[in-house]
Design a protein around this ligand. Structure first.
Ligand code: HEM
Length: 461
């Protein structure tokens, strides 16, 4: 028996079942019947999938799937949820199990099962309740299911960024003649960069989403200033995005100081620093000139880079020239993306502080044309900064895919036939992007109208 196989009750049952061919056949038949039952509404539906009439097209089957009148029984609703989420849950479960099994050494089974089942149950139940449970569960349960989905999103983001942090500061293994030995997945996950990077990305996600949502509501308020729905939504979005935006420069400072010690070539590219010098200046703007080994047109604040990176105005900052030429990241995109991210971060924090000041001293100023216009114009900044941040992180690490261990050129796969999966996934994501944009547009244009006058001209709360 392999070390992977346990002796729990269910392991023994599973092994006995697999030994008996007839029992396995029966088991598979039961699964097939269950699937048939779950997917019966799809195979033999009484409602059309698509209907094109004089009033336009509609999709009755999809529309009725979670309609309270069409599906009055809780048990039917449960099976409809199963129908929609079973494929997603199965894919997640299989992927999580497989990836944990490959990483081996974590006493496989119990953990794999737990994480796999939790991931599946999470998507399946909470997202289902949140999306389709508005008038079917109590407001508290609905709110809690939204919180659970958000927590799941944060956690999954943390796991993804942790993998990236490992590429920036690899840990949890030793190299013996180029072969990794003494592998510890836990130590790899808890690599030195994971805390700073995941904190920054989580805050960035809240700031980007908060300001994008605030931008949309500000835009709608510019058309209809008295709409209470948009006023409340703007206030909530500014709170969420604003708190994150104020914390982002602080967390960015931690990131930069970490990079100064662990990835000095990335810091040099970010800052357009070519020469190694003590008391290095901070450059605002400017364009790195690689041939001339200088950054042109920048405003320089003397000794500020040494001060920010090492908390000492006379500290030495390594320039790109301290590294072999074939180990330089390209400073042009890295510096420009970094400047864009910091400029946007500063703008968003100023906007957040102004919103807090207005909300505290004079609420009505939040709804002046000028302020609404500023919020609407800054709506895309957070999302653009997220892209810029990833440019800094990824291009700043070049030519390494795993910093100091493996070059990107050596990581390129030699496997052929990848054009079809590449085209498939590109099309899939394009389709998902278009449908997400279409759904968002529909939600925004269908937003309810609550004129302020109906509340006696006053905002409640
Ligand atoms: C305002 C000051 C900011 C500073 C000083 C700053 C600093 C940094 C630094 C140094 C990195 C590189 C981290 C690494 O490679 O390990 C980074 C990455 C990143 N930044 Fe910023 N940042 C700021 C604002 C923002 C804003 C406003 C956003 C988005 C809303 C953002 C999103 C990102 C993202 C997504 C990454 C890549 C993932 C990560 O490293 O967490 N940053 N930032």
């Amino acid at each position: 028996m392999s070390a992977e196989q346990g002796n729990s009750y269910w392991s023994v049952v599973g092994r006995q079942l697999r030994k008996n061919r007839m029992a396995m056949l029966g088991f598979r038949c039961v699964i097939a019947l269950l699937l048939l039952a779950v997917y019966a509404p799809l195979l033999a539906s009484s409602r059309p999938f698509y209907y094109g009439g004089p009033e336009g097209s509609s999709f009755p089957w999809f529309k009725d799937l979670f309609d309270r009148i069409a599906v009055p029984q809780a048990v039917d609703l449960f099976f409809n949820l199963l129908l929609v989420f079973l494929p997603f849950a199965t894919v997640i479960y299989v992927l999580v199990r497989r990836s944990l099994r490959r990483r081996g050494r974590w006493k496989g089974r119990a953990l794999r099962r737990t994480v796999g089942v939790l991931a599946a149950v999470h998507v399946w139940i909470f997202l289902g309740i949140y999306l389709y449970g508005w008038d079917k569960v109590s407001p508290l349960l609905h709110l809690l299911s939204g919180v659970a989905v958000a927590l799941g999103g944060i956690l999954s983001g943390i796991f993804v960024v942790t993998a990236n942090a490992w590429m920036n500061s690899p840990a949890g293994f030793a190299l013996l003649d180029g072969i990794p030995v003494n592998i510890s997945p836990l130590a790899a996950m808890l690599n030195p960069a994971w805390k700073t990077e995941t904190a920054h990305m989580t805050l960035a996600a809240f700031a980007a989403t908060g300001f994008a949502v605030a931008g949309i509501h500000a835009f709608m308020l510019l058309r209809d200033r008295g709409n209470l729905f948009h006023r409340r939504a703007l206030a909530i979005a500014l709170w969420v995005g604003g708190v994150a935006a104020i914390l982002l420069p602080v967390s960015g400072d931690f990131n930069a100081r970490f990079i100064a010690r662990h990835q000095p070539a990335k810091l040099a590219a970010m800052e357009g620093q070519f020469r190694t010098e003590r008391g290095a200046p901070l450059r605002i703007g400017g364009i790195p000139d690689v041939d001339g080994r200088t950054t042109r047109f920048a405003i320089e604040i003397p000794r500020a880079l040494s001060l920010l990176a090492f908390h000492d105005p006379d500290a030495e900052v390594k320039g790109l020239s301290a590294f072999p030429r074939d180990e330089w990241p390209n400073p042009v995109p890295v510096h420009l993306a970094f400047q864009f991210m910091v400029a946007s971060g500063t703008t968003l924090s100023v906007l957040a502080l102004l919103s807090a000041l207005f909300a505290w001293r004079r609420r009505e100023w939040l709804y002046t044309r000028r302020f609404l216009f500023a919020v609407a114009a800054c709506g895309p900044l957070g999302i653009l900064s997220v892209e810029a941040g990833w440019v800094v992180t990824e291009l700043g690490r070049q030519p390494w895919v795993i910093h100091g261990v493996m070059r990107t050129a050596d990581a390129v796969t030699t496997v052929g036939g990848l054009a079809i999966p590449f085209a498939f996934f590109s099309l899939l994501y394009l389709a998902l992007g278009i449908s997400a944009a279409w759904l968002l547009r529909r939600e925004v244009s269908a937003s309810p109208a609550f004129p302020l006058e109906e509340q006696g001209g006053r905002e409640p709360g």
